[in-house]
Design a protein around this ligand. Structure first.
Ligand code: NDP
Length: 255
């Protein structure tokens, strides 16, 4: 795989899966636009990107803010003049069931995990059509399987999966591919930021040994490698796919 001369925009590049994805693309020669809210973390990720000829463009913005989202896309195009790959990775997790999820929480999850992806992708599409580029969305095993106590998050990721399929069909005549990865539990800041304390997180990670067929949670680099594959010419005949990267979790049923 070689991304020399290709421009890749990654949201949520300041942490976790997005940061790991940035480093992998950099190692394959991509020109990077890295978006996040925390500039210090973005700078840290950029410093670890092994791209001697290309210094990543760093873009801060809140993706639920329409102006910020427009700026992220516009600055990428102004700087590089093109876009080949959009990785819609930024997202949040919050717990709550049908009895406990209020509308504010529902709106927060849907606005961050779905509406912002919809918005940024619509802005990116004219540029992706020009380059016959592609989109990789970061969904979740929660998009393909139901879990109790994470209702709005599961709904948001199911929406990302169907968005992936529908956009893939809309854009196929233009030779723009749209795919998604569906990670299982992956070691990042997501769960603690979503409200778990250290003790709860340790118990959750330990339980992942049972809830994932391969007997462990995943690493951000494992998800990143799949994102990079789907974005590459090696995946030239793959579109509309939602690909589990979850140690087999999606195939399991309790017994
Ligand atoms: P992290 O919390 O480590 O990273 C989340 C990233 O998204 C950060 O870069 C953060 O920016 C950015 N972000 C979140 N909300 C916004 C917003 N409103 N505007 C702009 N940027 C935002 O989590 P992960 O790396 O784990 O998550 C990445 C994706 O992977 C998410 O979509 C998540 O749902 C998905 N996923 C994760 C799994 C896991 O177990 N970790 C499993 C399945 C899916 P900043 O830090 O700068 O604020």
């Amino acid at each position: 795989m070689n991304f020399a001369g290709k421009v890749v925009l990654i949201t949520g590049a300041s942490s976790g899966i997005g940061a790991a994805t940035a480093k992998q693309f950099a190692g394959l020669g991509a020109s990077l636009a890295l978006a996040g809210r925390n500039l210090d973390n973005l700078k840290e990720v950029a410093s670890q990107c092994n791209s001697p000829s290309n210094k990543p463009l760093l873009l801060t913005g809140e993706l639920t803010n329409e102006k910020d989202t427009e700026d992220i896309l516009q600055k990428t195009i102004s700087h590089y003049g093109r876009l080949d790959v959009l990785v819609n990775n930024a997202g949040i997790l919050e717990s709550g069931s049908i009895e406990t999820t209020n509308l504010q929480q529902y709106d927060r999850l849907m606005n961050t995990n779905v509406r912002s992806i919809y918005h940024l992708t619509t802005l990116a599409v004219p540029h992706l059509i020009k380059t016959k580029g592609n989109v990789v969305n970061v969904s979740s095993v929660n998009g393909i399987r139901a879990f109790p106590g994470v209702l709005a998050y599961c709904m948001s990721k199911a929406a990302v999966d169907h968005f992936t399929r529908c956009a893939a069909l809309d854009l196929a005549p233009k030779q723009v591919r749209v795919n998604a990865v569906n990670p299982g539990v992956t070691i990042t800041n997501l769960h603690k930021r979503g409200g778990m304390n250290q003790e709860q997180y340790e118990a959750f990670i330990k339980k992942s040994q049972e809830t994932h067929a391969l007997g462990r949670p995943g690493k951000p680099e494992e998800v990143a490698r799949t994102i990079v594959f789907l974005a590459s010419d090696d995946a030239s005949f793959i579109t509309g796919a939602t690909l589990p990267v979850d140690g087999g979790r999606h195939a399991m049923c309790p017994r």
